[in-house]
Design a protein around this ligand. Structure first.
Ligand code: SF4
Ligand code: SF4
Length: 412
């Protein structure tokens, strides 16, 4: 099997150790949870026939396309927002009582019925980080197709992050269980696990096979790597992290409500991958992983695509892959553009970041639209490469917001 190569992108040194070869730690009892919900949302109890019978959830949120499970023995203390990170999303604040837990998942028959697998994926907010799709939607779509190949995506193309590659090394049995459950619905004849060729100097060697007969392929990856480029009508790509969550959902009470983040940075005493309930605040994740000193900068998300957060109560939601805590805030001096064109060369969307940046500074909306800024994927390559340290990606984000507001205004 051959895999398409990314035409553009950055060759980055991937630092995955020591988190990659450490066991995954699990935080089971958070003190607070913040779950997407509006004040007029009513708690919804799963119908009896579903695998999560009797489990209270907040209903599907339009921003995420999944439901959010409610921690048993938690007290709703109010509603709030995190405008710097999640625009226009309202969160329910839940104080969790000591000794509380998630509602037990009732025993369901094995192998589970397809609707139980889909129902559990949806109700546990399982999100596939490789293409930002709710897992239940992807599985339901491919149930209708004749799938030949399932690619298990074990690639994390950003430095420090190892949530997709870690299951192959740290939790192969759970990964195999998740593959079995997903393949029960999609029925792929061929299954292949995909890992990056370069996991860093100290990383363990990739196995040739998993579970005796599932081949493991390695790929030389550039950032940004696109899982979607590997998928088509007969090939489905699912991240290893989503498959592990699916397996956990059937094997352990709280497992399905957990998402995994890599916790790294020079303030973290023991960098590792941590499994936490969705909605756990960043400060609790850092406290659990252990800090050697107070961080000056905390980044939520990927090392390239993440955002610096100042409110450490910001919750971890499905699809977030990292929490990075550093001693120094990165504030390199910025210089004028020297016209080197590197930002244009590196942009995987074939945009011209420097010209969009200038159009934004000149408040020239027509020019911003002409330069197709809405196609920007926020990958961060242009900012990374710019020798003048210009905040290109952030500026492009602002630009996109301006253009979208304009579109809405025109529609009114
Ligand atoms: S952030 Fe946007 S403009 Fe910059 S390289 Fe990525 S896609 Fe291109
Ligand atoms: S990479 Fe930076 S300095 Fe070079 S053209 Fe782009 S904005 Fe200007």
């Amino acid at each position: 099997m051959t895999f398409p190569k990314a035409p553009k992108g950055l060759r980055l040194t991937q630092t995955k150790e020591p988190a990659l070869s450490r066991p995954v730690k699990t935080l089971t009892a958070p003190k607070m949870l913040y779950l997407p919900a509006r004040e007029d949302d009513k708690l919804y109890v799963q119908p009896k026939k579903a695998a999560l019978a009797g489990m209270p959830i907040y209903p599907t949120d339009s921003h995420f396309g999944v439901s959010f499970p409610v921690y048993r023995d938690s007290v709703l203390t109010g509603f709030r927002t995190f405008p710097d990170t999640y625009h226009d999303v309202s969160f329910a604040s839940l104080a969790c009582t000591e000794g509380g837990s998630f509602t037990s998942i009732p025993e369901c028959e094995m192998p589970p019925a397809p609707e139980d697998i889909l129902g559990l994926s949806r109700a546990c907010a399982i999100w596939d980080n490789c293409d930002h799709t709710p897992l239940h939607k992807k599985l339901a779509r491919y149930m209708e197709e004749t799938v030949q190949t399932l690619i298990v995506y074990g690639i994390d193309d950003q430095p420090y992050i190892s949530v997709n590659s870690s299951p192959v090394f740290a939790e192969p049995e759970l990964l195999l269980k998740g593959i079995e459950l997903a393949n029960q619905l999609i029925g792929a004849a061929n299954i292949r696990i995909l890992l990056p060729k370069d996991l860093g100097e100290d990383a363990p060697k990739s196995p040739k096979k998993l579970g005796g007969d599932i081949p493991v392929s390695t790929l030389r990856v550039r950032y940004p790597h696109r899982a979607t480029a590997l998928a088509n009508e007969t090939t489905v790509v699912i991240s290893a992290e989503a498959l592990v969550r699916l397996a956990l959902a059937f094997s352990w009470d709280a497992g399905g409500m957990m998402t995994t983040v890599s916790v790294m940075g020079d303030c973290v005493s023991e960098p590792c991958n941590v499994r936490v309930p969705v909605g756990t605040p960043v400060e609790e994740v850092l406290e659990f992983a252990g800090l050697s000193e107070e961080p000056r900068a905390v980044i939520l998300g990927g090392s390239l695509t993440g955002s610096v957060i100042t409110d450490l109560a910001t919750p971890i939601l499905p699809g977030m892959r990292g929490v990075l805590a550093f001693r120094k805030a990165k504030s390199p001096r910025q210089y004028d553009c020297i016209g080197c064109g590197k930002c244009i060369q590196v942009c995987p969307q074939n945009l011209m970041p420097v010209y969009i940046y200038k159009a934004y500074q000149g408040n020239n909306k027509d020019e911003m639209k002409r330069l197709k800024v809405l196609a920007c994927t926020d990958c961060g390559c242009c900012s990374y490469i710019c020798p003048s340290n210009l905040e290109l990606t952030n500026t492009l984000k602002q630009t996109k917001r301006l253009i979208k507001e304009d579109v809405f205004d025109e529609a009114d």
